[in-house]
Design a protein around this ligand. Structure first.
Ligand SMILES: Nc1nc2c(ncn2[C@@H]2O[C@H](COP(=O)(O)OP(=O)(O)OP(=O)(O)O)[C@@H](O)[C@H]2O)c(=O)[nH]1
Length: 293
């Protein structure tokens, strides 16, 4: 299993464990209502939501949940707190000999149901994210490319900027595998992804498109700006050989096909033009970019 798959599996196991512990509260609250058995001393404290197992898990995990969906993460924290407030009212009343409070019970049930729902949605997000990313390079795979292409096209139309697609292909990569083995090939792919990622601008979107092909969606004010950005990628790759333990670093080169996306052009059409430009670049000697006509 890849690191990423391990992380996703661990995150889901932790989420399930936190949920199980919290669901146990339904049983304790019920027992308290029926038998007046206290649900546990600390659960009647005002900061019970911070002291419980779920509260500790949430505090630890919140930044990651916020990254996935900030709105749902805050709702989750608020629902958790609300649920503890309801438990305190509910059990406090029962223990003081007052009759069960229907409103507090409804509050508890609603908060509990909302909590479970948000957690289920986070579980799906964690799984979707694990599948969406390439385990080797950590870059997105092409599943979300179509949607991102349409968004960038729309953004370019509204902002008056130009939209480009750039196809990167490593030069003579087969030799790397043949001479150094597949593991070094994998290392070189990961290294290239890191090199490219380091110089991405916030609006750039980089994908692992295929085996040793990477696709970039890029917005630019004009063609000169796009070409300068592509030159920066070429320069960075030339200056970042792959470090190999106990051996001379392995030089890396890429050839790039750059195509300006025309109004109304589909992803498929733009990629085909970028691909043709890429092959022109390969035939012209590699380690360069070619702008598609
Ligand atoms: N190690 C490793 N190799 C891969 C992976 N994906 C594709 N490859 C290899 O990438 C190589 C691509 O080789 P070719 O398409 O022949 O091209 P090339 O040798 O790079 O030559 P040019 O593109 O013409 O410069 C093949 O040997 C594939 O096995 C991967 O995930 N890991």
């Amino acid at each position: 299993m890849s690191d990423q798959a391990h992380r996703a599996a661990d995150a889901i196991a932790e989420l399930d464990a936190a949920m199980d512990v919290h669901l146990d509260w339904t049983r304790r609250v019920l027992r308290c209502a029926l038998t007046r058995e206290p649900p546990g001393e600390q659960m009647l404290a005002p900061d019970a939501h911070e002291r419980c197992h779920f509260g500790h898990w949430l505090a630890r995990t919140l930044p990651e949940l916020e990254r996935l969906d900030a709105r749902k993460a805050h709702q989750l924290a608020a629902l958790h707190r609300r649920m503890h407030d309801a438990i305190r009212v509910l059990c406090g009343n029962v223990l003081e000999g007052h009759p069960g409070d229907g409103a507090a019970l409804a509050n508890f049930e609603e908060a509990q149901a909302g909590l479970v729902q948000r957690l289920a949605s986070f579980k799906t997000r964690i799984l979707a994210e694990a599948v969406r990313l390439d385990p080797l390079t950590g870059l997105p795979l092409r599943y979300s490319l179509e949607g991102e292409f349409v968004l960038s096209q729309r953004h370019a139309r509204r902002s008056g900027s130009l939209f480009f697609v750039a196809m990167f292909d490593i030069d003579h990569f087969k030799q790397v595998n043949d001479i150094h083995g597949h593991l070094v090939g994998d290392l070189a792919l990961r290294h290239l992804a890191d090199t490219l990622r380091r110089i991405l601008r916030p609006s750039d979107r980089l994908y692992r498109y295929g085996g040793e092909e990477f696709l970039l969606l890029m917005l630019a004010e004009d063609t000169a700006e796009a070409e300068a950005a592509i030159e920066r990628f070429l320069h960075a790759v030339r200056n970042s050989p792959v470090a190999l333990p106990g051996q001379v670093a392995l030089p890396q080169r890429v050839t790039i096909g750059l195509a300006q996306v025309a109004h109304g052009e589909t992803l498929e059409q733009a990629v085909e033009r970028a691909d043709r430009a890429l092959y022109e670049g390969k035939h012209a000697g590699r380690d360069r970019y070619v702008l598609a006509r």
